[in-house]
Design a protein around this ligand. Sequence first.
Ligand code: NAI
Ligand code: MG
Length: 486
Amino acid sequence: MAPLVKYTTLFINNQWVDAKSGKTFETFSPNDGSVIARVSEGDKADIDLAVSAAKAAFHRNSEWRLLDASARGRLLNKFAELVERDIQYLGELESYNNGMVLGMAVGIVQKSINGARYAASLADKIQGDTIPADGDLFSYTLKQPVGVCGLILPWNAPILMFINKVCTALAAGCTVVVKPAEQTPLTSLALAALLKEAGVPAGVVNVVTGFGPGAGTSLTHHPDVAKISFTGSLEVGKHIQQAAGKTNLKRVTLELGGKSPLVIMNDADLKLAVPFAARGVFGNQGQMCFAASRLFVQSGIYEQFVEEAVEFAKNIKVGNPVDPGVEHGPQVDREMMAKVLGYIEKGKQEGAKLMCGGKRIGSTGYFIEPTVFVDVQDDMIIAREEIFGPVQSIFKFETLDEVIERANNTNYGLASGIFTNNINNALHFARHVEAGNVWINTYLASTAQTPFGGFKDSGVGREKGIDCVDEYLEVKTVTISLQKEF
Ligand code: NAI
Ligand code: MG
């Protein structure tokens, strides 16, 4: 049975309200293309209201600003408890609207709860320094919340993105306006209801559903927004950085995907490497910023690896994401499905060898077969652009130095990995690869405690980890004269 959809309107100042224009848009189930609900289409007028609520909630005398830091932490822990209470429902709603396999969706909600608790634990540990400044001076620093933050979310892991960004911003003491992706508005609204239930004061968290042009651009251009945190495409990330400089100088955190290399050395344990490489690119139907979309296999094991990788891909169980045993659901929407199928065609045209998959499955829902290409060359389009779909591209290499050079030959730099039993080779790779994350004999291992973000075009700033709140803080230096007349 489909999960109940309880909220479909905007959430501003702890109230559920229609868009000023009265407009709504349809949201779909990618499993069969059916309409789930109509959701309010927020635009500039609604963003203005939401930002003004967030600004009022940020006033120095507001209930929120006067809360003890430890009380902010307790509110976030209360929220984490409520998410845990509703974990099954939230997982089902995520799966329904996004197409994520249910078991994975529930697992990601659990990961998000860990993130919320981690952020909660940081709320009362935001401390400045005392500084031995030259002269008869005493200096100390205060770390203070930056202000109203615009949080723009993607559709590939909506709950995780919402909880990580919102809880970090709130731990820092900021107030926020969230703009979920148009494909997946429902779980953000459900989470807003839980924040209200937890007791977060009005105006601290606002959610405006709608489109990028419209709600998104109004947020990035708003003069009262101090910071934007965005996860999504490189193209929009560049727009956001420009918009952020237009009205006021907004701080930006950008997480923009990648073309991440995973290297399998001759001495790797294939029983580990084959499944990790597969899950690293087929997980969530390949809709992962850190997907291992360039798989480099050393020549000594190339043939054997390819054989096992193709066998693995062929045996992935595709189907309705809520059915038990299903490992692979639909792409999020028709547009993304078409984009991925387009890349598969380009791969074939450019001479990469298709070993399995490559086609859409059925005609309702947006399913694509897990696809493996071999003999992929570095200059092919499928080797350079982010596909964001279930396409494993396998490259052959001879030496570690060669593969580091080729791994770094990309504008992206989000994640990377290496499977080897030689510690020196692993650490040499870790030192020289240009990526924000390096996984050794594992892949996709990212927790609340570990910083996440990209080099180069993969983004600006880091999320998660002990310094994550710094992205939402300003440092204020206070200097006092200690000069005394004797
Ligand atoms: P997108 O970057 O257009 O959308 C992400 C979010 O940005 C959505 O909330 C959208 O409404 C908003 N947005 C779009 N244009 C905006 C603008 N001008 N100003 C402010 N906000 C705006 O991503 P899209 O079109 O959904 O996917 C395109 C590609 O982006 C994917 O195929 C994939 O390669 C990449 N992507 C990467 C993600 C990641 O995790 N880093 C997540 C989603 C997409
Ligand atoms: Mg887009």
